[in-house]
Design a protein around this ligand. Sequence first.
Ligand SMILES: *Cc1c(COP(=O)(O)O)cnc(C)c1O
Length: 434
Amino acid sequence: MTTSDRRSEALFRRAQRVLVGGVNSPVRAFKAVGGVPRWIARGRGSALWDVDGHRYVDYCGSWGPLILGHAHPAVLKAVRSALTRGASFGASSEPELRLAELICEALPSVEQIRFVSSGTESVMSAIRLARAATQRDIIVKFAGCYHGHVDSLLVQVGSGALTLGVPSSAGVPHAVTQATRVLPYNDLTAAGQLFQKEGDRIAAVIVEPVAANMGVVPPQPGFLEELRALTTRHGALLIFDEVITGFRLGFGGAQTQYRLAPDLTCLGKIIGGGFPVGAYGGHRTLMKWVAPLGPVYQAGTLSGNPIAMSAGLATLTLLQRRAGYARLEQLTRRLVEGVRTAAWSHGVPIRMNSVASFFTVFFTQEPVVDERTARRADARRYARFFQGMLKRGVYFPPSQFEAAFVSVAHTEQDIDRTIEAARLTFAELGTGRG
Ligand SMILES: *Cc1c(COP(=O)(O)O)cnc(C)c1O
């Protein structure tokens, strides 16, 4: 079953000279799983082809945006049509208005929205807005939650339950993270204690309503509800980072599924249909703080870009019309159960966390409920699993701590092929450790 990755290898080698680490985003370098990162020639539906001609069932989905799969005809058509009218105007055009209307209708907590060009930008801007509107500085985040590479949020927890922000990237001055607090996900006691101590200085709590960047970790019952109550009681804002969950959990987002209204919502990924997009929005009374209405400055040369807006519009329109979410969940359940059974039958301990159409295979015995328990997963074992799947034509995310995504383009045949690949891979992993 050895395959030749000659062309990927050659491109990757060439890329080391001019691209940092040969990539434009670190996890693409396959450092966590080893081996040659595959260079992709094209994608269609649920399939990816690398430059050596290997075909993969893709569960990376460009890290979340591709809920319709690759090169969906409706998205292609919208993009082609938009392109013939020009790539960017630096002035308003109709697609941004139509996408804004669609999103505001789908998310009741969002009355007004501002488009930006990435999820990182949306979070950065939402935080600026929250600090301005509350006249407070402290931002609370949860360990293991990722909100883009915003300086003040590039902070994880040290070890204890409640720590002061310590930067986890070089180049982030301590001064920048001084007003950041990090709590364990799903830990209401710690949240309560922090609010008791500093509640009147907290501008906002930002949370992934379903955590997906330490692998998938769902919120425990009551967690999000209590965050809503705590923030309201103390005059702080609640920010849902729905960059992944937006239009993934259902038409709308986690807030629609859990019937909760955050003050601010960050979006990205799916709403751009595979193009660079982000957005933040909320109640009119908050959004009016943003320029040109208010004193919070925020701008962007390519914000509301007509090509990205058209791709997003085509994606959301199709999702709204076809309501494919039930089938997506069904496919995902089939996959999760199949992989779990395959692991069991070969004595490989795993935990699978899944919500809607995204999931993570954790190589661990205990439930994964926060960053601490996620970090106990055996990342080296995941690497072997990843390689085993890859050589059998299944492309999982190249890290233990990422979510895998099912798209509407996946078929039952894809799922069954994946389960069969998992069976063979688990057989290889056997019952030994590491
Ligand atoms: C991907 C992601 C971001 C960052 O979005 P970019 O477009 O990569 O900047 C922010 N928050 C969450 C929850 C994400 O998954």
